[in-house]
Design a protein around this ligand. Sequence first.
Ligand code: FAD
Ligand code: NAP
Length: 528
Amino acid sequence: MTNQQTVPSVFVNKVHVGGYDRTFQAHQSGLLKKLLQEETGYDYDLIVLGGGSGGLACSQEAAILGKKVMVLDFVVPTPHGTSWGLGGTCVNVGCIPKKLMHQAALLGQALIDSRKYGWEYSKQVKHNWETMTEAIQNHISSLNWSYRLSLREKSVTYVNAYGEFVESHKIKAINRKRQETFYTAAKFVIATGERPRYLGIPGDKEYCITSDDLFSLPYCPGKTLVVGASYVALECAGFLAGLGLDVTVMVRSILLRGFDQEMAEKVGSYMEQHGVKFLRRFIPVSIHQVEKGSPGKLKVVAKSTEGPDMIEEIYNTVLLAIGRDSCTRKIGLEKIGVKMNEKNGKILVNDVEQTSVAHVYAVGDVLEGKLELTPVAIQAGKLLARRLFGGHLEKCDYINVPTTVFTPLEYGCCGLSEEKAIEMYKKENLEVYHTLFWPLEWTVAGRDNNTCYVKVICNKFDNDRVIGFHLLGPNAGEITQGFAAAMKCGLTKQQLDSTIGIHPTCGEIFTTLEITKASGLEITQKGC
Ligand code: FAD
Ligand code: NAP
């Protein structure tokens, strides 16, 4: 049952605490006492609000640990009526369909490259939006089904209803038919995630779509304006352009706020060179429908953020990607005293994801100051369940979380941006190694030389430890993942240098970095 091969092997109410050391630790931290004094008399040991990445991970782990668990998941349809099944943002309207559409766009590029590699085809190649969306939506439906099955197998009660606190240990669940049912639990986890924000200008909710609508849009969006300049905006703009559409990105201020700005600009300039138009320092003021249809025609009026300039233009689709609001304002938190940041609705928690109310916890995108990423929500949810019910002590480590922006040229990073590193450690204490590179696969294909770029930021006064890792190139996500594990182990520049590369790959570039930014030496590459 436990894989523990030593004695003692301690269980409390069916929960395996561990051997002597783990039991002693649990005693010292007060966990043992908590396990022994568990409250009873509630319908459930744990109720989780939200069946997305964090909520599903937490509820299933708690059930594996022998607890009676309920998870509530409810999707409020978008203003256009789009809705979806179990699994939350990532599965239905986030990572999964986004990456698959990114792949569809990459395949288009591969088709172009293939001619240089000798592939001959005579038929005109074109993309069919409906075929792509249908295939992606079918895959998503299979995931929705497998999540339901997985909950059933683990005996987690799944209720398709909107949850709202009515008392400290009681929630009201409202289903699609507006029927209300009440449930009580000893503990609660809030994992209700976020939904796209609207501009609050005439015509936005009536005529604009968001990422919640895009991935299941039943028709090709046509000429598209993407408003916003962060992850969602650039990724969507990237794959839409890659599918051959006329795409413009309206940028209020900078690209990819919070990311290394040198890298962000390189992401943007690659997109610009490959057909995406950027309208910098403009914001929309109104959207009017000029023609109905699928897609119809929309007139967008926008104003400059720097002066009196106004512009107007006709698009088939306007995609708003201007950020997301936490789903925390309508779940009765005020009734039970859970504190949040009133400005952005984010929930305040301590380092064990506990809110201001002792038996109420929160994980995932609803958390104040944490990264909004699926693996972060999953890790936090799983570890929370293990701490609450499994006698574990491990906390979620939010430091050095790797991420990748799946733009046409992918950008992967881990650790600090150069700006943040300078702010924290001062420029003179850092050494930045960098180079441009030309992936081998791109050479024969005749694709851009000296466009892909890597940068490693080291702390000179801590053994040249790598504190920032940045990569702009193909398969950046795959490469960054491995280096993130190395950074977790305290990777230094010397260790990078002593690592033997795998040739010919893009990743090997990190094992041969010699040129420092401070030297000002040429970084353009001439050959293999
Ligand atoms: P969610 O997954 O959003 O789940 C919350 C669930 O709770 C939803 O199903 C919601 O409908 C439900 N709910 C809300 N209120 C209630 C209520 N009162 N009662 C019952 N149910 C309720 N992350 C990555 O790591 N990689 C990516 O490539 C990536 N791409 C993304 C692309 C897009 C377009 C978007 C929008 C996001 C992307 N993300 C990506 C972020 C990722 O999707 C989120 O970080 C992750 O889904 C957060 O999980 P969560 O459990 O906090 O919330
Ligand atoms: P975001 O990071 O909050 O960015 C919002 C963008 O919209 C910014 O560029 C912002 O510009 C702009 N904006 C905000 N209000 C605006 C307005 N009124 N008019 C015009 N522009 C406006 O939001 P997001 O891109 O939706 O991403 C949300 C989260 O999802 C991210 O934090 C990320 O963690 C997650 N995500 C992850 C991935 C991935 O892992 N690959 C992909 C997608 C999303 P300013 O800079 O001027 O404020």
